[in-house]
Design a binder for this molecule. Structure first.
Ligand code: ZN
Length: 239
């Protein structure tokens, strides 16, 4: 089982690894990786693998049968090759800031309305959160985004740690997402944002909320009975 370096250090931009296997000349599994695979609403990292002086662009990263697979854009990597991995940091950092902001906004919505969060999707331009709620008005959501901005301005520390399933289940509201973790998962990673929030999560996050900057509401959508959607984005003028 390869090591997911991004879980221990989400700020790792470069790493050394050994190629464990190559499938169809372009799907590369490494003994360890800092590349985040597309999952949990956070898109995959891009970047490159470098062998000697040859560069292989990483165009997609996914998790298949428990293995993190890096799709590269050309042939040439073989089992046993030593490579250097370089993450496209601009993209990843934006996704990290967005992911932490998604937790904050989800929790504000949940605290204010008791709505269950049914999904979320992050990309480089915006964040989408889906939730179950009857009442829906733009002024209220404008206020929720303001509340999220207040939390961000507190500069809360964000940390992650692993708990046994039993311990994790004792935390109130640990699963704000409507879907729970599968029964067979015995260890659960918790992402904690100061004293504001704890969620079960496998994504990459910033170290402190101030790195997020400021959020702006984009729009609200009705997606059928009780299904609502909110879109917001990071305002980058301060970076
Ligand atoms: Zn998350």
């Amino acid at each position: 089982m390869e090591e997911a370096l991004y879980l221990q250090d989400s700020y790792m931009k470069e790493f050394e690894a050994v190629v464990e296997s190559v499938k169809d000349d372009k799907y590369v599994v490494l003994d360890k990786t800092a590349f985040y695979p597309n999952s949990g609403g956070q898109p995959n990292d891009t970047g490159k693998l470098i062998k000697d002086n040859e560069e292989f662009n990483v165009v997609f990263v996914g998790k298949f049968s428990g293995k993190i697979s890096h799709e590269v854009d050309k042939l040439g990597l073989k089992q046993g090759d030593k490579v250097k991995g370089v993450i496209n940091w601009d993209r990843r950092y934006k996704l990290m800031r967005s992911h932490t902001s998604a937790h904050i906004v989800s929790t504000v919505i949940h605290n204010e309305t008791k709505a269950l969060i049914t999904g979320n999707q992050i990309n480089e331009e915006k964040v989408r959160i889906d939730f179950n709620l009857e009442e829906f008005d733009r002024d209220a959501f404008q206020r929720y985004i303001e509340k999220a901005n207040e939390v961000i301005q507190k500069d809360l520390e964000v940390r992650s740690y692993i708990l046994d399933r039993e311990e994790a289940m004792k935390i109130e509201d640990i699963f704000k997402l409507a879907k729970a973790f599968p029964e067979d998962i015995k260890k659960i990673r918790i992402v904690e944002i100061g004293d504001f929030d704890k969620q079960a999560d496998g994504g990459t996050h910033v170290k402190s909320t101030k790195e997020i900057g400021k959020l702006e509401l984009i729009k609200l959508e009705n997606k059928g009975k009780n299904n609502r959607r909110v879109y917001f984005r990071l305002l980058d003028q301060n970076l």
